[in-house]
Design a binder for this molecule. Sequence first.
Ligand SMILES: NC(=O)c1ccc[n+]([C@@H]2O[C@H](COP(=O)([O-])OP(=O)(O)OC[C@H]3O[C@@H](n4cnc5c(N)ncnc54)[C@H](O)[C@@H]3O)[C@@H](O)[C@H]2O)c1
Length: 322
Amino acid sequence: MKTRILSRADLEKLLSMPDAVRAVEGAFLAHGRGEALMPPKVYLSLPQHGGDFRAMPSYLDGAAGVKWVNSHPDNPKKHGLPAVMALYVLSDPETARPLAILDGTLLTAARTGAAAAVASRHLARRGARTIGLVGTGVQSRFLLSAHRVLFPDLEVLAHDLDPASAARFAGEVGGRVAPLDEVAGCDIVCTSTPGREIVVRSAMVRDGAHVNAMGADAPGKQELESALVARARIVIDDHEQATHSGEINVPLHDGALREAQIFGTLGEVVAGKRPGRVRDDEITLFDSTGLAIQDLALARVLFERARAAGAGVELDLVGIAS
Ligand SMILES: NC(=O)c1ccc[n+]([C@@H]2O[C@H](COP(=O)([O-])OP(=O)(O)OC[C@H]3O[C@@H](n4cnc5c(N)ncnc54)[C@H](O)[C@@H]3O)[C@@H](O)[C@H]2O)c1
């Protein structure tokens, strides 16, 4: 009856990216079938502190939980801390017993990478040979490792505003640093910058490319030129979240894009309710804001693994064990 506490170090030993991709694809499938419960994220915006907090509750197939997560883009420079940190609380929906408290930071990064890889599986052109990472911070590592589960032979190109960051990343992953035009010209492009300015212009992206726009996840954030968004077949993760805070939020607000131009959700594509890529020469765009059910699906897998391995620390946190 105790609550299992799982630190990042515990999760690092338990995490497998193939499992993460499988769990997250299952979550999108459930979302597409209308089987998941996921009230909209609650934002606590604190511009005076340079960031925001979000609460993300959900229910999926007999599991329930909530993530408490932030986005403080200046954290790395100002405080030497990650831009995103999180805690996850996993509960038994039958009794409400708190099953586990997990580090949600690694969870966030892994489930975000997994979502992009699932999108690429359904939307990228067959025979994609190159992947371009624009922004080489925390998320980029997981974007790449998740893609490598499904696309093991991709050539990796990287660009970052900070050349030292790009060089470090390229060295770590066996890729190469390239100019932004070349990176954005890859078959699969993943953007994970803070989204405070437009980074990728339409002219940089080739017909037939698939773009995973991961960085914009709050109102006013945008990484892609609106003309590129309007040129693409747009697949979102969730209508309410994407229109409020995804890559499409600014072009919609400015009138550069109409809601009718949104093709559908990734869940609908995974569930076979809508086709994925239709033509080889079209640009597909996955607009990711990050769904609570991605976290829940992966948290549950990690909890089950931890229980089997006896990992972490068990605590009678709420005084129900005796
Ligand atoms: N969609 C989702 O589910 C999801 C999940 C987690 C984080 N995010 C968002 O992803 C973004 C990145 O998160 P992170 O944890 O990787 O941050 P991070 O700070 O670790 O990395 C961001 C990188 O982008 C680089 N960068 C900044 N401006 C740039 C520019 N104009 N051109 C090229 N590179 C630039 C920075 O130098 C840094 O290396 C954040 O906006 C975060 O809120 C989205």
